[in-house]
Design a protein around this ligand. Structure first.
Ligand SMILES: C[S@@+](CC[C@H](N)C(=O)[O-])C[C@H]1O[C@@H](n2cnc3c(N)ncnc32)[C@H](O)[C@@H]1O
Length: 351
């Protein structure tokens, strides 16, 4: 068996599929799973991983993935212990505090993470992203209506180089294919539209899926480094570095299709952006997007720093902006901390 971190297999699914797998539900099981079950290897650190790996002499369904998670968890816990002891010597070491925050976030240790962000904020009060995460974890500062421009730009400039591989291979990211599948269903087989805008286009993962459905495709994003990647990928007729609301307000009646794949998780309130999309679309134009979903009525800023929206909130905001519903599906957007992130994939039509 190959040493090192086994990669979860990249799944390919029908983009139109709307079923949400049961959280924590079983995947394909192999002999290795039975071995791990028999050994009582669950979610605990301290197991003899080398012994288990030797026993799993063949690729073994979920077992390889479970083993890699346990190893990763143990690595992060060790990292936390080392960083905490180094920070006793140098409590104001910003780089170590950031590394500690990253590890605590991966381990989902929220109370300690909040404490670390507060220490970081005392050292660098100008860093907008730290304030955003403190608001997300504590709820104290009130919920900002959307993530600030500087926060988004810094976050995605830093993530740009590894974005595609991380999302597609490790996190089983599906928003672009889900949105493209929903647009294809709304347009009808083989039909094309005339002018599309990919809002928060990022590295352009949606471009190859959307390009066959439109005669012109534009993209807009706040992050110059994400846009560099989108430019290199190709598929867009024009790319713009701008904030979505600002950008759309100068383009009334310009588009026949607007898509936003995994972008409204950086917006809390939806009334304003939806209105801006509405006004930038021509009558009959389509608006397709995903949200991370929460139960109930409203919206929330999660500890991840991303916003989640209830189905009722999305539908009300779309209706208030002047959209009519076309389709809606509950979907699995990606995995996070080894759990599926459940979302909604929507298509609306401008009246
Ligand atoms: C999770 S990424 C998704 C990228 C792409 N849509 C995809 O599916 O691969 C979110 C993107 O939205 C952009 N973004 C978030 N808020 C924005 C805003 N207010 N204006 C412009 N871009 C924004 C970020 O810079 C980032 O590239």
């Amino acid at each position: 068996m190959t040493r090192g971190r086994p990669r979860p297999p990249r799944e390919r699914r029908d983009p139109r599929a709307s079923a949400v797998p049961r959280p924590g539900g079983p995947g394909p099981r192999g002999a290795g799973d039975a071995i791990m079950d028999k050994m009582g290897v669950g979610d605990v650190a301290g197991a003899d991983f080398d012994a288990i790996e030797r026993m799993l002499a063949v690729p073994a369904g979920d077992a390889a993935v479970r083993l890699s998670r346990l190893r990763e968890r143990e690595r992060q816990e060790e990292r936390v212990r080392m960083l905490q002891s180094a920070l006793l010597e140098a409590p104001d070491d910003g780089a170590r505090l950031q590394a500690l925050a990253n590890a605590l976030r991966l381990l989902d240790r929220k109370a300690e993470l909040l404490d670390v962000y507060r220490r970081m904020q005392r050292l660098a009060p100008e860093r907008e992203e730290i304030g955003h995460m403190i608001a997300a974890l504590s709820g104290e500062a009130g919920t900002p209506s959307r993530a600030g421009d500087r926060y988004v730009r810094n976050l995605f400039d830093a993530a740009a180089d590894s974005f595609d591989e991380t999302l597609s291979n490790w996190l089983d990211y599906r928003a672009p294919e889900l949105v493209a599948g929903a647009v294809r269903a709304a347009l009808g087989p083989g039909a094309t539209t005339s002018a599309a805008i990919d809002l928060g286009c990022g590295t352009g993962l949606a471009a190859p899926l959307l390009a066959p459905m439109t005669r012109r495709l534009e993209g807009v994003d706040l992050s110059p480094r994400m846009l560099d990647r989108a430019r290199a990928r190709g598929g867009y007729d024009a790319l713009f570095e701008d904030e979505i609301g600002r950008f759309l307000s100068a383009r009334r009646g310009r588009y026949t299709l607007a898509v936003a794949c995994d972008v409204f998780c950086y917006f809390g309130e939806l009334a304003q952006p939806f209105r801006a999309v509405h006004d930038a679309l021509r009558p009959g134009g389509l608006f397709a997007f995903t949200v991370e979903r929460i139960a109930g009525e409203g919206h929330a800023l999660g500890a991840s720093g991303r916003y989640q929206h209830s189905h009722a909130f999305v539908v009300a905001a779309a209706a208030a902006a002047g959209f009519a519903p076309v389709s809606e599906a509950e979907v699995r957007l990606r995995s996070e901390l080894h759990r599926p992130v459940v979302g909604g994939c929507y298509v609306f039509r401008r009246g």
